[in-house]
Design a protein around this ligand. Sequence first.
Ligand SMILES: Cc1cc2nc3c(=O)[nH]c(=O)nc-3n(C[C@H](O)[C@H](O)[C@H](O)COP(=O)(O)OP(=O)(O)OC[C@H]3O[C@@H](n4cnc5c(N)ncnc54)[C@H](O)[C@@H]3O)c2cc1C
Length: 246
Amino acid sequence: MTTIAPSPSIEALAPHFSGELIDRNHPAYDTARLVWNGEIQRRPALIARCRGAADVAAAIRFAREHDLPASVRGGGHAVAGHAVLDDGIVIDLSAMTGTRVDPAERTIRASGGALQSDVDREAQQFGLAATGGFVSHTGIAGLTLGGGIGHLMRKLGLSIDALRECDVVTADGKFVTASADENADLFWGLRGGGGQLRRRHELHLRPAAARADDPRRPDRVAGDPGFDRAGLPARLHRRRSPTSSG
Ligand SMILES: Cc1cc2nc3c(=O)[nH]c(=O)nc-3n(C[C@H](O)[C@H](O)[C@H](O)COP(=O)(O)OP(=O)(O)OC[C@H]3O[C@@H](n4cnc5c(N)ncnc54)[C@H](O)[C@@H]3O)c2cc1C
């Protein structure tokens, strides 16, 4: 017989939390605990779906006070399932997708749960594109902090090369900014540290201008009639075939 550990009382967290608290009795529990890889079937004690940085800090403090192991969920695409854990608290950023472009400064600020598609959609309004992943549904934080390879990398480098600044909630619930000029050691650790170092609630990326005629613009690859797809199916097949020499 499987023994299910009891959820910690969410009453203690609720007054400090503005997002959604999903415990094992919640009707959304069995969908909220899933990640992209369907093989991962973990049963957290609590999923704290944050609405902002204050929720992230409250969830971290709650985890410390109750001695609960914690994971952070962004886009949920880590194949090994790092975003979820058994019997701990999932700090779920998937509702924090706000993305803001500053066209004059040519920067993009993306919240910790933003997907590649959120960044692309906002950037394209201003004729900009940030170097990112190949698909639209990966989380921008997990992707960037792990390196980030995609369509624009040959021209613009990895996603991590475009990262200028992170707003971070530390393990003791403090808000700090990390960049080359501020908390530089932390910034160095974050770059390439994947998701295991700290909880970031906002990233600041440097996009590049996407020329209207540039075939590498993400929207073009997704469906612009100007993109030359004549040989695409054959080329894709070759790339995916393990026995292919092409
Ligand atoms: C279908 C698919 C396509 C992919 N395509 C590409 C690609 O084109 N290019 C590429 O480079 N990679 C690609 N990847 C790999 C993907 O970028 C990584 O798995 C990445 O870690 C996913 O990030 P996520 O936020 O979606 O996942 P999650 O599982 O939510 O997070 C991954 C890790 O980052 C941590 N994390 C996420 N957000 C935050 C945050 N805001 N603060 C702190 N920690 C955080 C998590 O705790 C976890 O440890 C792909 C993966 C899949 C499944």
